[in-house]
Design a protein around this ligand. Structure first.
Ligand SMILES: [Zn+2]
Length: 316
């Protein structure tokens, strides 16, 4: 989805915003701690309430199958309630909860390493599997900011991203401009997407990338209340506009610095085609490919706005 419409506005907002970020984040930290109960408010399963999954060894095979079917139907009913009537929930019952979305197993200090966080918005899409292979070949981790309505159509793609160890954030349900949305609409956009992803992967995403990068003090405060750090970027090759792999590659390479967050869209084949060259050239320059959470040492604050971590980089 093009970031075009609000681009000039975004830049103006960002310029005005930098001074306000600290104040906003202070408010947000206070407000952000009381939300976890409210964010799990999907309707409770109905048919499953009287069934105990632990009783399988005293049930006949037929009874066990009936129990599993009832549990699945209850779960699907619950997800249908989350999604509305238009979306089939058939694929949304998780097999097993996956590992936490954030990759906390690596010991990476981006104050001393040349780190770069590649981020992919608006998907996942038809190019995502190809992109996952490219990243795997390079031993690189990245961060996705998927749209809820896209995930609803392609849950297996999201699972594949998570299973490969990448980080998953939240790019809203349907890509509205949050600065033109009410606080209630923002909450719906963020929580509906987060609940779907949590249902699919077993972990709730916290990082939010506002569509178009459109953010204000009010939006940041609302994201803080929703326990969400706001992740923007400092490197933008305008890949939605320039559908030319060489141009995307060169633009990234000319802008990137240690601590950068790179905005890309893996829904465009031209962008994905540029990724191997980006990975190779950055690796040759000594960069480590990290998730957004890794870039900030897994210490992002709800309601805070993040563009990059360039100022923290101190080469040894
Ligand atoms: Zn977007």
């Amino acid at each position: 989805m093009a970031e075009e419409k609000t681009r000039g506005r975004r830049i103006a907002v960002l310029a005005a915003l930098s001074a306000a970020v600290l104040a906003v984040s202070t408010i947000a930290v206070v407000a952000g701690n009381s939300l976890s109960a409210a964010s799990h408010d999907a309707a409770a399963p109905v048919a499953a309430e009287n069934l105990d999954p632990g009783d399988s060894d005293v049930l006949s095979e037929a009874q066990a199958k009936a129990r599993d079917r009832a549990l699945r139907q209850a779960e699907n009913a619950r997800i249908r309630g989350m999604l509305g009537p238009d979306v089939s929930p058939e694929d949304f019952v998780p097999d097993e909860p996956t590992e936490p979305i954030t990759t906390d197993g690596r010991d990476i200090d981006c104050r001393h390493l040349k780190c770069v966080a590649l981020t992919f918005d608006d998907g996942p899409g038809a190019q995502t599997d190809r992109l996952l292979r490219m990243l795997a070949d390079a031993g690189a981790l990245a961060t996705w900011f998927p749209l809820g309505e896209v995930v609803a159509d392609s849950p297996d793609r999201l699972r594949a991203i998570a299973e490969a160890g990448h980080e998953i954030g939240n790019h809203s349900w349907s890509h509205p401009q949050l600065t033109a949305s009410s606080n209630g609409q923002i909450e719906t956009q963020i929580n509906r997407t987060a609940r779907l992803i949590e249902r699919l992967l077993g972990t709730r995403p916290t990082l939010v990338r506002p569509p178009y990068g459109a953010i204000s003090k009010r939006v940041a405060a609302e994201l803080g209340r929703l326990n969400a750090p706001a992740v923007l970027w400092d490197v933008d090759p305008l890949d939605w506009k320039y559908r030319n792999s060489t141009r995307v590659y060169r633009s990234v390479m000319s802008q990137v610095q240690p601590g950068s967050i790179v905005l890309l869209h893996d829904v465009h084949p031209t962008t994905v085609a540029a990724v191997p060259r980006i990975l190779k050239s950055l690796a040759n320059r000594g960069y480590t490919f990290v998730t957004v959470s890794e870039l900030f040492g897994n210490e992002l604050t709800p309601g805070q706005i993040y563009l990059d971590r360039a100022e923290a980089y101190r080469p040894d």
